[in-house]
Design a protein around this ligand. Structure first.
Ligand code: UD1
Length: 423
């Protein structure tokens, strides 16, 4: 298993290009299952999660080719010759559940393994299933699989009221509703930029959707969808992660392709710590304007609130801030696994339930640490960039799921970082 070696090396300067969003791409790819015509995604990120989704779609009969070094995904689902998403693939990645809605909507039946729990919390899929039931689906849970059928071979429009906001459940319902008979209304829908991106792509394919980006999305089902070409929206989580690099190390870095409206709540918090953010013609420029960052409290919330996917990285920043910061995690119940690893580097963190109190120290010290999940792994790299001495982050396969070319991108702005190949 490979690891990453980081050595604190002072301020960072230069530019980092931001890739297309992993989470958008993972929901756009299953849209190919809705049409017999080709769907081409440009600006796709080169990540292991995307390769996992590629394998899953291929196992269902879709053709997926990667062009231009993986940045373009050309997909075609002329006919689906298998309607079962097997446990072996689904267990690797929770987003696999997103093939359920499209398969059911297109052919009236689907069997998908339940994804099970994962390290950051229980993460059930009950809201996905309730939404499909509201569209007439008959579901049977047995042997760890969801066996789904649409009576008469077609889903019916319905009203889905989510008890709380779920990004994935909104996406599954939106995908399915495009081909349902009649009108579907999604109430208390997620408003993330990735949902807007999905709706825009589906509209290019001929879907009739209104209200994306608000909490009520209305979909008028159509009989068929056509092909389309769509660029994947910028990855706001990769953007926020690299905005934190000059905040932690000092210096000035431009994030190419970055837009403030993808991350307004995060930008406001970052500015409160003493960081300057300016919009340029090509992206966002970030500069640490103070000698020592100030402690700032954060509460994670669905979009447009502060994203849970940036909580671990923000905690790394707070570890060396002046004062005490309280970070409250409201989306996932077990998402502070990076805290004990940061403590190994000299951080002072007290975790009580869903709240972490971080007391800033003058300097972190390099240490061997272990990545426990995707966002935790990159928070340890950020902490290592600011630490005295060497930090070795092991289990970096978590990182490969969501960050392309981390070593190349951070080296380009002056970081001392290398990947160590281990068998
Ligand atoms: C997506 C993102 C993930 C991000 C999360 C929250 C993808 C591939 N992943 O995950 O990176 O951290 O949004 O912004 O886009 N829940 C239920 N029942 C359900 C579905 C969700 O109880 O059927 C709960 C979850 O356990 C969690 C909360 O709802 O506590 C929000 O989860 P959700 O928004 O669905 O996250 P994902 O779509 O899984």
């Amino acid at each position: 298993m490979d690891s990453i070696l980081v050595t604190g090396n002072g301020p960072l300067n230069g530019a980092i290009p931001i890739a297309g969003a992993k989470n958008a791409c993972l929901t756009l790819m299953p849209a190919t299952l809705l049409s017999e015509e080709p769907l081409t995604l440009t600006n796709a990120p080169r990540l292991s999660d995307i390769r996992t989704m590629t394998s899953l779609l291929q196992s269902l009969g879709a053709e997926v080719s990667t062009l231009q070094d993986g940045k373009v995904l050309a997909m075609s689902s002329h006919a689906l010759d298998n309607h079962t998403a097997h446990y072996d693939i689904v267990r690797k990645m929770r987003a696999s559940i997103l093939v359920l809605g499209p398969m059911l909507a297109r052919d009236g039946h689907a069997v998908v393994s339940l994804p099970g729990g994962c390290a950051i919390g229980a993460r059930p899929v009950d809201l996905h299933l309730k939404a499909l039931e509201a569209m007439g689906a008959e579901l049977d849970l047995r042997d760890g699989y969801v066996h789904a059928k649409a009576p008469g071979g077609r889903l019916q429009g319905g009203v889905v009221e989510f008890p709380f906001v779920s990004v994935g459940a909104t996406e599954n319902a939106l995908l399915a509703a495009t081909l349902a008979k009649g009108t579907t209304v999604l109430k208390n829908a997620a408003r993330e930029p990735e949902i807007i991106d999905l709706a825009e792509c589906l509209r290019k394919m001929g879907a009739q959707i209104e209200g994306q980006g608000t909490d009520t999305i209305t979909i008028q089902g159509v009989d068929r969808l056509n092909g389309a070409t769509h660029p994947v929206v910028t990855d706001r989580i990769e953007l926020g992660t690299y905005m934190l690099a000059p905040a932690i190390c000092g210096g000035e870095v431009e994030l190419l392709g970055g837009r403030r409206n993808l991350l307004e709540a995060f930008c406001t918090k970052l500015e409160a710590t003493g960081v300057e953010i300016s919009e340029t013609d090509t992206g966002l420029r970030v500069r640490r304007a103070v000698d020592r960052i100030r402690a700032v409290d954060v509460v994670t919330e669905p979009f447009p609130g502060f994203p849970t996917d940036l909580q671990a990285q923000f905690m790394a920043l707070m570890c060396t801030a002046e004062g005490v910061a309280t970070l409250e995690e409201r989306i996932f119940e077990n998402r502070f696994m990076h805290a004990p690893e940061l403590i190994r580097m000299g951080a002072q963190i007290d975790v009580h339930g869903g709240t972490a109190k971080v007391t800033g120290v003058a300097r972190l010290k390099g240490a061997p640490v272990m990545a426990t999940d995707l966002r935790a792994s990159v928070s340890l790299i950020l902490a290592g960039l600011a630490a005295e001495g060497e930090t070795k982050v092991s289990r970096v396969y978590h990182l490969d799921r969501g960050y392309e070319h981390v070593v190349r991108k951070l080296s380009a702005v002056g970081a001392k970082i290398e990947r160590i190949k281990e068998s």
